[in-house]
Design a protein around this ligand. Sequence first.
Ligand code: ZN
Length: 162
Amino acid sequence: MSVNSPIFIIDSMLGNLARKLRLLGYDSTYFPSIDDKKLINIAKNQRRVLVTKDQQLINTAKKQDIDVVCIQGDNEIEQIAQINSIIKLNKIEITTSNSRCGFCNNMLESIEKYRVTGKIPDGVLERFEEFWICKRCNKIYWEGSHFEKLQKFVTQLNDRLK
Ligand SMILES: [Zn+2]
């Protein structure tokens, strides 16, 4: 992903959106619980785009020259479309080598198959050749059913953003 990709901080009520953005390769800071003041400080200091549903927070952020996206509704496709209408996103695609960990936002790294043996179910080992790991939380990724669902999501999203 290019150096110019937007980076985000996602408000605590939007955990699913944060996870999606990470898997799509966007650096998205998220805390399940954080107070508004800290949220604003991180957005400001790290120049992150604040994504929230909270109107009061939006007003506070705008006063401090923070880029804000106001989210409405619970549909994730629409939520990402709302982001894209304010902050132009790069071409949306899903490649595991570009993804960030959905749990902790760290970049994923490719890992040899023999090194994940014993750490994932045997059935997965038999069916897949390529694996990725998050070196921060040790979560292992492969292009299984989650990935297929995500690809479908990306197709729908690209149709919506046309
Ligand atoms: Zn992780």
